[in-house]
Design a protein. Sequence first.
Length: 368
Amino acid sequence: MSELMAARGHSFRSLGRAVTANPGYLNKLATGSRGAPGPTLAAAIDRELGADGELAALARQEHAPPAVPGQRPMGDTEAANIRATVQHLVALDTLQGSGGLTPIATRAFRAAADRLAVVGGSADVRSAAADLGAAAAWIASDDVQRDHSRNIALEALALADLAGDTRLHRFLLSHLSMVAEHGGRYADALAFAERLLAENHDNPRVEAMVEIRRARALSGLGAHTDALEAWDRAEHLLTASPSADDGLTYWIHSSEMAIHKAVVLTRAHDRHAVDWAHRGVEWLPAGQGRDQVLFRAMLLSDAVEAHAWSEVPRIVEDLLQFAGAAGTARVPELLDRIWNDVARGRVPAAAKDAVYAACTAFNGTPTG
């Protein structure tokens, strides 16, 4: 660990800042006077020092249950079972939202990762386990458990790097950027996106995905012109590159692009944000149960931000059709924020009553 720190130019103090750990504790880790850290911190140290997953793997092995004599390494059967679990989780989240899925997905990932640490397995099994971690991290973020999502993503990233899985490495960096941005940590979101952009040299659609992450992070930092330029680059790259089932950019469609532009414009206090949010709802593909609700809640938020009070009752009427239809915690979180803004402001009675009705339908009677 000390050699890796020296190669990266890190002191214990600077490494502590990078991974949010006490420098004295890190010193004890390096000298061997303390046992291995937990998997989340180990993954963060591994990533910061460029250890290619080795530190994270050693930590997981030390904390894993003892091996049972005669157990064989995980192979093709286990990899197939893990990937089937991923497919089930993704299908449930897409149709119903993340409500209730976070503990199930987390347990499945921990079980696979712990068994790998005990008995070992092929690169394909490690890749499958990392894929399961990516799914669990996404579900946790949709459930507004952002710190938990970040921790799982870091562990999954270490597994993906051990497996040499470039696709998942890119997906997880993108996810970490998204989680940071949703949590208001815009500088961290931009750093993850910039790292991914520097590593991507061969896929225009992945570059477009990164530019979307950059656009949102830059808009949060107040760099509105740069954010719009990043969104424009993403649109150009997607227009020039045919859609492909690459496991990374399948989620990027015209509806998503419209919603992301609405976010960027809203932060710039541009009234056109509402028009783009309308397009995000109108262009949403069939079968997106969670997004039918989430995108309408985002449209309501944009309308309130723009003081487009005449549109609010109609937007809420449309939103109420989906009350109880999808279990994403992001909708109640967003509606709480909208109500706090409306309750404190000078808002026409019809618009205020409509927002109250939406909050009551999704969250129960609002306070304030």
